[in-house]
Write a protein that binds this ligand. Structure first.
Ligand SMILES: Nc1ncnc2c1ncn2[C@@H]1O[C@H](COP(=O)(O)OP(=O)(O)OP(=O)(O)O)[C@@H](O)[C@H]1O
Ligand SMILES: [Mg+2]
Length: 322
């Protein structure tokens, strides 16, 4: 049995199609990253899976249960950190864990949980005096009280400094090593790439790409390219004097040459040198998940999975060849 199975899930709020016919599965022990811009439908999806919101259409199974109908049963088996997690002000992490344990009617060792989330040092500090990172760790601690096999973490690192984010990553990695299945939403693509086995990118309620980061980059990225900081005139010169495809990005003042083979870079640079014109920094690069994300959510994809719409990288004007 897969921990999560979603088929053709839909949810509208009035005219807003918050979740618009999405399907995905999550495997046992997997960290699954749900990405997308603000309003893409991530929290709505997660809250339907948690049994906190009702779906409109589609099938959803979480740990073999229907989250809406079997919520009581499900809540014993899952851990949740809601987006923008907060708690009573005058309670310490240790007391909060005990409070949750009483609610769940389970026996816990609060110190062991605090250790698991790297929060031992702040066990007795009031919640309102904890740093942002320590508050999120408290949320993680509370999500672990019932020893869940499946965790939903909705933006667990938003607003944290780089060190605090890394501390949360360490906790998440520890939980993964223990075999927990984790659904994670984040706006930090580096984080998604580092932590997730697979990601789904949502936009306007739809999943526009899904797979490992490498698969998504391979499918939607534009491959290796040479970038030369220079003028459009130089771009046209290179285009007219080589057999290469040469694009020009006006906003960045950059000549962009997709490299079918590495030797193409040599031909481009030889032409640039021969032009007698000046150019600045040169580099070769490949798309990161970040680049692909920006393309996917800015331009959309067609049914074949190809990126469509108005790309900011335009072909250089001249189509003439010598
Ligand atoms: N309770 C609600 N009533 C009406 N509209 C809602 C409600 N909850 C969410 N929405 C709308 O549904 C869409 C999806 O929202 P959702 O919170 O799922 O997005 P998200 O991907 O989690 O965004 P963010 O990254 O900002 O957290 C948005 O347009 C939002 O305004
Ligand atoms: Mg959200």
């Amino acid at each position: 049995m897969l921990p999560i199975e979603v088929v053709s899930l839909k949810k509208c709020y009035g005219d807003i199609r918050a979740v618009d016919d999405i399907s995905f599965t999550v495997k046992q022990g997997e960290v699954f990253g749900l990405l997308g811009p603000n309003g893409a439908g991530k929290t709505t999806t997660i809250e339907i899976l948690e049994g906190l919101r009702a779906k409109d259409e589609g099938q959803v199974k979480v740990l073999g249960l229907d989250p809406w109908k079997d919520g009581y049963e499900l809540h014993k088996k899952i851990g949740v950190i809601p987006q923008e997690f907060t708690f009573f002000e005058k309670i310490t992490p240790k007391e909060a864990i005990q409070y949750y344990a009483d609610l769940f009617k389970v026996k816990v060792d609060p110190d062991a949980i605090l250790k698991e989330v790297l929060l031992e040092d702040s066990a007795k500090v009031y919640f309102d005096s904890l740093s942002g990172g320590q508050k999120q760790k408290t949320g993680l601690a509370l999500s672990l009280v019932n020893s869940p096999e499946l965790l939903f973490l909705d933006e667990p690192t938003t607003g944290l400094d780089p060190n605090a984010r890394r501390a949360i990553w360490e906790v998440i990695r520890g939980l993964k090593a223990k075999g927990k299945t984790i659904i994670l939403t984040t706006h930090y693509l580096d984080e998604a790439q580092q932590l997730s086995d697979r990601v789904a990118i949502m936009n306007h309620g739809k999943i526009v790409a899904m797979g490992t980061s490498e698969e998504i980059i391979k499918q939607h990225g534009s491959g290796e390219r040479l970038e030369i900081h220079g003028t459009e005139k130089l771009a046209n010169y290179i285009k007219e004097n080589t057999e290469l495809q040469v694009d020009y990005n006006r906003s960045r003042g950059e000549i962009v040459i997709p490299l079918k083979q590495k030797i193409d870079a040599l031909a481009a640079l030889a032409a640039a040198e021969q032009s007698g014109m000046d150019w600045g920094e040169i580099q070769t690069r490949q798309d990161s998940l970040d680049d692909v994300f920006v393309k996917l959510v800015s331009y959309g994809v067609n049914e074949q999975g190809e990126i469509i719409g108005d790309n900011e990288v335009k072909p250089a004007v001249s189509k003439r060849r010598r």
